[in-house]
Design a protein around this ligand. Structure first.
Ligand code: NAD
Length: 370
């Protein structure tokens, strides 16, 4: 299944197959690039239709982490892991502890965290076998729920878009349509409400809306109608793939800025469609990097205030991306890829491959780009 060609296609350094029959473990760890530091990225547990599909996913996701860390100014590389299996029936202590031992064997080249299908509790089992894990609970010295920091980063990114588009970063009086009323959206709406934005919110789960309306004032919109709202900003904070042929033509906003992952159904096609409508798009993997910043902060000894301060940097990163995009007339996600690649190129001369644990404990005073 794994060939040198498949690894070279995405430019990976190392791909590790982990198998333990007794524990029922079938996992793949992909270390894409450690130029900037150890590869950090979550473990996804998913019932993949084939081993090939699992490999493709982990290769794609780990490469994405390299770009996310690089553009966010983190001194971390890109990695990801997948466990093949049904997360609702196949999870147990043995599985995650066995997986943890594989991570320990990598001596700090890969650091994991939770992702789709894995939880804080699963990561605590991993923690029993290795220190190379983040996203554990606050009671165990971890960072807990990343949503407040993610939401703050989205808020900062949105303000950068506003400044670029309208000359001021103030969101007071701006009409903002928010898709999703979950964890990220709720914290985000609190910042926006406090600043005096006029909010329109939607969710398929009425209970989530009910909770949200206990803390802020907003007009509730039907889930299918959110794209039609006459707004200044549309903020997707629910699902991926929601910027597509059907929805982009409905949009009546000037900016799209939200925390959801993989918002563009097709990067090139739908990125260009937004440019044609003169809509500014904040690349999702940059504006939602607060989640990564939050777990990465565990490596320095977690402190939420410091994580929020680091997430503030998303303002400058997004503003710079918008400048490069506008100057070069290229989609914003291409501009952010350019920044990430440039940073990797600059550092690669001195720091090509991260060798292991010797730098783990000492280097995190330098977790962020200076
Ligand atoms: P969440 O599960 O708390 O919230 C998602 C909400 O979206 C839920 O309330 C759900 O009912 C709603 N939803 C689902 N389908 C919908 C639809 N069709 N229309 C309207 N609402 C719908 O998740 P979250 O942690 O807030 O994450 C939201 C998004 O941000 C996800 O795409 C996630 O991958 C991304 N993200 C989250 C973090 C984080 O720190 N939590 C970090 C980076 C990226």
């Amino acid at each position: 299944m794994i060939s040198f060609e498949s690894i070279e296609e995405y430019g990976h350094e190392q791909v590790i197959i982990c198998s333990n029959k007794e524990a029922g473990l079938k996992a793949i760890i992909a270390i894409h690039n450690t130029t900037l530091g150890p590869a950090l990225g979550g473990t996804r547990m998913w019932n993949y239709t084939s081993d090939k599909a699992a490999l493709k996913d982990v290769l794609r996701l780990s490469r994405g982490m390299t770009y996310k860390a690089a553009v966010s100014g983190l001194n971390l590389g890109g990695g990801k892991a997948v466990i093949i299996g049904d997360s609702s029936t196949q999870k147990n202590e043995l599985l995650f502890r066995t997986f943890g031992r594989f991570i320990e064997g990598l001596a700090g080249r890969y650091i994991t965290a939770e992702d789709v299908g894995t939880s804080v509790k699963d990561m605590e089992y991993v923690r029993m076998e290795t220190k190379y894990v983040t996203g554990i609970s606050k009671s165990l010295g971890g960072s807990g729920d990343p949503s407040p920091v993610t939401a703050y980063g989205v808020y900062m990114g949105m303000k950068a878009c506003a400044k670029f588009k309208w000359g001021s970063d103030s969101l007071s009086g701006k009409k903002i349509a928010v898709q999703g009323a979950g964890s990220v959206a709720s914290y985000l709406c609190q910042h926006l409400f406090k600043e005096g934005a006029e909010l329109f919110v939607t969710d398929i789960n009425e209970l989530r809306i009910k909770h949200l309306l206990e803390t802020i004032k907003a007009k509730v919109i039907d889930p299918e109608e959110i794209y039609n709202v006459d707004s200044d900003i549309f903020s997707p904070n629910a699902l991926g793939g929601i910027l597509n042929d059907k929805t982009i033509k409905k949009l009546k906003c000037e900016i799209v800025a939200g925390g959801a992952n993989n918002q563009l159904e097709k990067e090139t096609e739908h990125g260009s469609a937004l440019i044609e409508k003169n809509i500014l798009y904040a690349p999702d993997y940059v504006i939602n990097a607060g989640g990564l910043i939050n777990v990465a902060s565990e490596l320095e000894g977690y402190n939420q205030e410091r994580a929020l301060k680091h997430a503030e940097n998303i303002f400058d990163v997004i503003y710079r991306i918008l400048g490069i995009s506008s100057k070069g007339n290229i989609p914003t996600y291409e501009a952010s890829n350019k920044i990430a690649e440039e940073r990797l190129r600059q550092i690669s001369g001195i720091n090509k491959i991260y060798a292991g644990s010797s730098r783990f404990s000492g280097r995190f005073g330098y977790l962020f780009q200076r």
